[in-house]
Design a protein around this ligand. Structure first.
Ligand code: KG4
Ligand code: ZN
Length: 365
């Protein structure tokens, strides 16, 4: 038996305003009672990226109503929730302030505990909500701001095994799209073009392949794409398609090598876990079918389960924040005090060193 818990979650760390209600009953069955997300994509797309001031203002305008919607759809009132969980980092400071202050105000007014949640912890624990996964497992977070391979040992116990030393993977997609004249966000556009392209036309670099460390690097790839595009300009649609396909192939090969090594390390460190080990993927780039295929094949080959939560829970949402708050509360952890501050940088693994260029955008996760 576990305690029955129902949590209201709030997420405002980047360009999605979100609120959700999640519960877990005494038998350990979890349910998403509501999941409301308002994307600000249209407001930022003209600028080719997220504009922090626009994001913060949009959160202020939307959040109150989204929280009301989340409660109404869940058919509960504030009295019926056990705690409020709000993202307090990492991310854009303006947005974090809006969500955390709102969370504090509600917690104070309703007399409920507040959990200030690390956004990355939300991504890391989602697979326990969707798939009932037990610890330990590996998580690959591939989004616009992060590319990290994380060992999830338990609630609050994370070890970063690898991270990008320059651009995040989503950022590499976005920058490549931009220099090819494709729309923002770049990932879906590059994937679409790549379908009709020849992946063998350009031999793009596969940075860090073969190295024992588990880090990633994508800025050289972007530079190689720029050079190739300049050499054959003006670009036909076929040229763009071929570049996109070759770019994706280079990324697939890189991930195969990097993650393959991570799986081996996991098997060495946890040889005796009874269950089949698992790799979980999260973040917007997890939408990419070619990369999913690569990871699935890699997991099959290495005897791992490959777990990709539904896309709406891979990208930014408040369900994962509510869930992370619930997991923390269930461990008996003390709630945060109302003077907790938002943190634009907040590594999951506090012992991991900051790598050059890591989190340059410092915003998205
Ligand atoms: O997790 P997410 O929705 O937002 C944050 O970064 O927080 O991830 C967005 C990133 C963008 O860089 C976008 O280009 C990328 O995910 N993305 C994709 C695809 N769909 C979204 N990248 C590759 N292929 C896709 N199909
Ligand atoms: Zn995220």
């Amino acid at each position: 038996m576990v305690p029955f818990l129902r949590i209201l979650g709030i997420e405002t760390s980047c360009d999605e305003t979100a609120a959700a209600v999640v519960e877990r009953d005494a038998e350990g069955r979890s349910r998403i009672l509501s999941d409301v997300v308002l994307s600000q994509l249209d407001e930022h797309s003209a600028y080719g990226g997220v504009v922090p001031e626009i994001a913060a203002r949009a959160h202020v305008e939307a959040l109150d109503e989204l929280i009301e919607q989340a409660l109404a759809r869940a058919n509960v009132s504030l009295d019926d929730v056990d705690a409020i969980a709000a993202t307090s980092g990492p991310g854009l400071i303006g947005g974090l302030l809006v969500g955390l202050m709102t969370g504090k105000a509600i917690a104070r007014a309703a007399g409920k505990p507040l959990y200030a949640v690390n956004h990355l912890e939300g991504h890391a624990l989602t697979a326990r909500l969707t798939d009932g996964l037990s610890f330990p497992y590996l998580m690959l977070l591939v989004s616009g701001g992060h590319t990290q391979l994380i060992l999830v040992r338990g609630v609050g116990q994370y070890e970063r095994w690898g991270t990008t030393i320059d651009d995040a993977l989503g950022e590499a997609f976005d920058k490549t799209a931009k220099l090819l004249g494709l729309p923002y966000p770049g990932g879906p556009a590059v994937e679409r073009m790549a379908r009709d392209g020849n992946p063998d036309r350009f031999a793009f670099p596969r940075p860090l392949v073969g190295e024992a460390r588990l880090d990633f690097s994508f800025s050289g790839l972007k530079t190689a794409v720029r050079q190739a595009a300049q050499e054959i300009a003006p670009l036909s649609d076929q040229d763009v398609a071929d570049i996109c396909a070759s770019f994706q192939k280079a990324i697939s090969r890189t991930l195969k090598d990097r993650i393959g090594r991570g799986l081996q390390r996991f098997k060495t460190e946890f040889p005796l876990t009874g269950e089949k080990p698992a790799l979980v993927v999260a973040g917007g780039v997890a939408a990419n079918l070619e990369l999913r295929g690569t990871l699935q094949a890699l997991c099959d080959k290495n005897g791992f389960r490959f777990i990709a939560p539904p896309l709406s829970l891979c990208t930014d949402n408040a369900v994962m924040i509510a869930w992370a708050g619930l997991e923390r509360m269930a461990t008996g952890a003390a709630p945060d005090t109302l003077d907790v501050q938002p943190r634009s940088r907040w590594p999951l693994d506090s012992k991991a060193e900051t790598l050059i260029g890591f989190g340059k955008r410092g915003a998205k996760a």
